[in-house]
Design a protein around this ligand. Sequence first.
Ligand SMILES: Nc1ncnc2c1ncn2[C@@H]1O[C@H](COP(=O)(O)OP(=O)(O)OP(=O)(O)O)[C@@H](O)[C@H]1O
Length: 607
Amino acid sequence: MQDGVDRLLASEPERAEPQVAFGYRADDGERRPLTLRGLVARHWQLAALALVAVVVVAVANQAGPELVSYAINHGMVHPDFTVIVVAACAYVAAVTVTAVFQRALVRVTGRLAAGVMRDLRVRIFTHLQRLGLDFYTDEKAGVVMSRMTSDIENLQQLLQDGLAQLVVQGLTMVVIAAILFATNAVLAAITIALVVPLLAAGSVWFQRSSTRAYDRVRDGIAAVLADLSESLHGVRVVVSHNRQERNTVHHRRVVGDYMRANQHAANITAVYGPGTQLLGYLAQAALLAVGGDMVLGGHLSIGALAAFFLYLNRFTAPIQLLAQQYTTYQQGTASIGKLQSLLSVAPSTPERPDAVELPPVEGEITFERVGFGYDPSVPVLSDVDLTIHAGETVAFVGPTGAGKSTLAKLVTRFYDPTGGRVLIDGHDLRDVAVASLRGQLGVVPQEPFLFAGSIRDNVAFARPDATDDEVWEALRAVGLAEVVERMPDGIDSVVHERGQSLSSGERQLLALARAFTARPRVLVLDEATSNLDLLSETRIEAALDALLQGRTAVLIAHRLSTAMRADRVVVVDGGGIAEVGSHDELVAAGGRYAAMFATWEADAPVA
Ligand SMILES: Nc1ncnc2c1ncn2[C@@H]1O[C@H](COP(=O)(O)OP(=O)(O)OP(=O)(O)O)[C@@H](O)[C@H]1O
C-alpha cells in the first residue's frame, strides 16, 4: 500500500497549476453547491486510499491487548518462553503495520486537504473577481478575509485530520466492543454500561457547549480581523485625525471579547478532559473488582482480565477524541456553509447566457430614460436621457452627491440601471459580453490604485503585453518620462505600498499613463479632488489633452477649468440632467452652470 501511495503521490505534480479560465459566468462545476462530498469527490483516489488506511489502522492497532492476553495465559500461567517471544514479535509486527499505515494516512489526507483547499481558494477567488461593486460596498474586507483564512483553515483541518480521525475512532470503538463481547459478554456488558452512558452524556454536553463557544471564538476573530484591516487601510486618516487612542481602546475591547471567548472555550475543555479521565479510572476500579471476582470464580482468565484493562483504556480515548473531532467536524461544516453563502452571492451585473461579443465600437453612448438607485427605494437618478457622440468629451458637473459618478458607473456597467437602458453604439450594455465591453473601456478613478510591482507593471496593467517602448510612450504622453528616467531602475523601479512613495500628482499621471497604454475607445475619468499645485495641474491637463484625443470621454469634473475644456458640459442635479451645452452656451444661457461658473471665477479668476 505504501508503494501505491508513493507511486500515486509521485505521479501528482508538486504544484499543479489550477485549471481556471476566468469567465464572467460561472461554469457548471462552479455552480454546483459546495458540499464536503463534492469537494472530496474530485480527489476520489486519495479518498479511497485514505479509507483503506483508516480500516487497517483501526483493526491492526487492536491486536496488542489480545497478544498480551495470549502471552499471559499461554506463556506465563503455563510457562513457555517461546510463546512469549512469538507474542512479542507479533506485537512488534502489529505495531509496525499500524505505524506504516498511519504514516500513509497522514500523507494521503494531507495531500487530499491541500488539493481540496487549492481548488476551493481558486473557486472563491474567481467568484470574488466576478462580483459587482455593491458586494464590496456591503461586505467588510475583513469578513471576506476571514472567510478566506479561518474558514478555509477549519475545512483544511477537518480534511487533513478530523475526518480520518472521526472514522478511525468510530471504527476502533466498534472493533473493541466486538472483541470485548467475544471475550466475556457479561463483563463486556457491565463495563460498557458503566462507561458509555456517562461518557456519552458528558460528550454531548461538551460538544454542544463547545460548538457555542467556538462560534463565539470565530465571530471574535472575524471582528478582530475586520477592525485590524480597517485600521490598517485607514491609517493615514486615523493619524491625521488623532484617533489612535480611541482606536486602541476600541481594538482592546474587540480583542478582549475574543480573549473571553477563548477562555470560555478553554474552560469547557478543562471540565470535560479531566472529567472523562476520572470516569475512566473509576471504571477501571469497578473492572478490577468485578473482573477479579470472575477470575477467582474461574469464569475469566488472568490474561483476558489484563486485556480488558488495556481495551478499556483504548475504549474511553476514542469517545473523548470523537467529541473533540466532532467539534472540528462541526466547525468545518459550518465553514462550508459560510463559504457556500459567499459563493451563492450572485453578481449584480450578470452576463446573459446569450450575451454577444461587442464589436469594436465607435464610442457613442446613449442613456435612454435611465433610472437608478443603489437602494431601489431611494432613486438617485430618474428619467435620464443623454447621447454622447463618438469622440466627444463630455464633462459632468454638479453639486456633490448629485449622481455624476453614478452616471459614470452605469457607463462602465459597474451597476445596471433599474429603469431604461444604457447603450454603446446602439448595444444595450446588458446584452453584451462583459469582457468585450470592459476591454474597450478605460477608467481612471478619483484615487488611482497602484499595485505592488514596478512602474512598468502598473502602466501596462490593462495590457500586460505592452512593450517597453509603449510604456515609455505612455509615460512621455502624460509627461512622466523625465521623473521615471531619474529613478534608479527606470520603469522597473518598484512602487511601494500602493504608490505612497509617489506624490499624488505623480500617482494621477501614472493612472493616466495606464489608461493611455490600454488605448480604450471610451474613457471614464473621475477627476481627483485633491488640491494639486499649479505645475502638477498644468501637467495633468496637458496629459488629459494627449489622452482624450479622438476618444469618447466622460469626465466627472470637480474643477470648472476641466469642464471648460470639454466639448459639452452636462449639469447633473436633482436626480437628473439639469442643463446640457458647451461651456460658452451654458454661460450665455445664464442658468445653474453660469451661476457655478460665476462663483468659481470669483474665487479663482482665470488668467
Ligand atoms: N455604493 C453606494 N451605495 C449607496 N448609496 C450610494 C453609493 N454610492 C453613492 N451613493 C449615493 O448616491 C448618490 C449619488 O452619488 P454619486 O457618487 O454619484 O455623487 P457625485 O455627484 O459623483 O458626488 P461627488 O461629486 O461628491 O463625487 C449620493 O447620495 C450617494 O450618497
